[in-house]
Design a protein around this ligand. Structure first.
Ligand SMILES: C[S@@+](CC[C@H](N)C(=O)[O-])C[C@H]1O[C@@H](n2cnc3c(N)ncnc32)[C@H](O)[C@@H]1O
Length: 299
C-alpha cells in the first residue's frame, strides 16, 4: 500500500493517530521536502518520534523519478509524508495516478492544511476565490499570471489567498548548467517581498486589480507557537517585518462581513485607518449598478 499522510502544520505530534499507526507498519518512509516545511520539527525529531528512518524526497525524486517511492509498494507498505494535507495547495495527484496506473493500492490520510487553517485570521473560507502563488522574481523572470486571478476574485468580491514561494533545495543556473549538484541555501519569501512584487505588477499593468491602499492580512507561522497575524494595506505590509517563515497573505475582497472586519481590526496597527481603507476599497471596487434591459427598445 502507498500511504499519503498529511503531517499537519507544525509539530511532530500534529500527525493524526491513524497517520502514525500507518507509519508504524511502513517499511519505507519518504518526506516530501520542497513545497512546505514542518516548522517546529527537524528530520531527526521526526525519526525519533516515528522510531524509523525517514528519507527526504526532493522535487526531482517525486516528479521525475518516483519509481523509487513506488518500488515494491504492492508487497510492502510505503509512506509518503506531506506537510499540511497531501491535497492542500500542492496536490500530489501525479504520484497517485502513477501508483494507480501500476495497480498499486493507495490510501490518503488527511490533516490540517494552510488552505483551511487560514480561516483563523477571521476571514470566512466561504468567501475565498482562487488561490494564487507568488514566486521569487529574478532579473529576467517576473511572472504575473496570478494578477488576472486576483482581479477575477476581486471583481466578484472574494478574498485571495496568496501562497509565498519557498526554495528549499535549488541549484543556481550556473551550477545547473555545469551539472554540479551544489544547492543554494534555503530561501523563503517574506510578506514585505510579496507585497513589493504585488505593487510592482500593479504599477506595470495599471488596471487596478487592487491598489496600494487595498487591505490585506499577513499570516505567519500558522499552527506554530509563534503564529502571527498582521492586517494593513498592501503598501503598509510592504514594510512589515514578518520574521521567520512560513508566510501567506490574504488580499481582502469586497464581500467582507462585519464580523470578519471586527476580527481583522484586532491585528491592525491603526484600527481606524484600516477601517477607513476597507470602506474606501469597497466603495472603489463596487460593481456598476445593474440596469435591466429595456424590453420596448429591444423589440
Ligand atoms: C505549496 S503550499 C503547500 C501546502 C501544504 N501542503 C498544506 O496543505 O498546508 C506551501 C505554501 O503555503 C503557505 N503555508 C504553508 N504552511 C503555512 C503556515 N503554517 N503558515 C503560513 N503559511 C503557510 C506558504 O506560503 C508556503 O510557501
Amino acid at each position: 500500500m502507498l500511504y499519503l499522510i498529511g503531517l499537519g502544520l507544525s509539530y511532530t505530534s500534529d500527525i493524526t493517530v491513524r497517520g502514525l499507526e500507518c507509519i508504524k507498519k511502513c517499511n519505507r518512509i519518504y518526506l516530501e521536502h520542497y513545497t512546505s516545511i514542518l516548522m517546529a520539527a527537524s528530520l531527526e525529531e521526526l525519526e525519533d518520534f516515528y522510531g524509523k528512518p525517514v528519507t527526504l524526497a526532493d522535487r526531482e525524486m517525486v516528479e521525475s523519478g518516483c519509481e523509487e517511492i513506488l518500488h515494491d509498494a504492492d508487497k510492502h507498505d510505503v509512506a509518503f509524508l506531506v506537510v499540511g494535507d497531501p491535497f492542500g495547495a500542492t496536490t500530489h495527484t501525479d504520484l497517485v495516478l502513477r501508483a494507480k496506473r501500476q495497480g498499486l493500492p493507495v490510501e490518503v490520510i488527511h490533516n490540517a492544511s494552510v488552505m483551511n487553517a487560514v480561516g483563523s485570521c477571521g476571514l470566512q473560507l466561504y468567501n475565498f476565490g482562487q488561490t494564487v502563488s507568488m514566486v521569487f522574481f529574478t532579473d529576467s523572470w517576473r511572472p504575473d499570471s496570478w494578477y488576472n486571478k486576483i482581479w477575477e476574485n476581486r471583481k466578484i468580491g472574494l478574498h485571495t489567498l496568496v501562497l509565498l514561494d519557498i526554495k528549499v533545495k535549488e541549484q543556481s543556473i550556473e551550477n545547473m548548467a555545469r551539472g554540479r549538484l551544489i544547492y543554494e541555501p534555503p530561501r523563503y519569501m517574506s510578506i514585505a517581498q510579496c507585497c513589493e512584487q504585488l505593487l510592482e505588477i500593479e504599477e506595470n499593468r495599471g488596471t487596478k486589480a487592487y491598489t496600494p491602499n487595498t487591505p490585506a492580512v499577513a499570516i505567519s507561522r500558522l499552527g506554530s507557537a509563534t503564529q502571527t497575524f498582521k492586517s494593513g494595506t498592501i503598501e503598509e505590509l510592504a514594510n512589515y517585518d514578518s520574521g521567520e517563515p512560513l508566510h501567506s497573505l490574504v488580499i481582502l475582497g469586497r464581500q467582507c462581513h462585519e464580523l470578519e472586519l471586527e476580527y481583522l481590526l484586532e491585528f491592525a496597527e491603526n484600527k481606524e485607518m484600516l477601517q477607513e481603507a476597507v470602506v474606501r476599497d469597497q466603495e472603489y471596487f463596487k460593481p456598476a449598478a445593474w440596469v435591466p434591459p429595456n424590453e420596448e427598445q429591444d423589440e
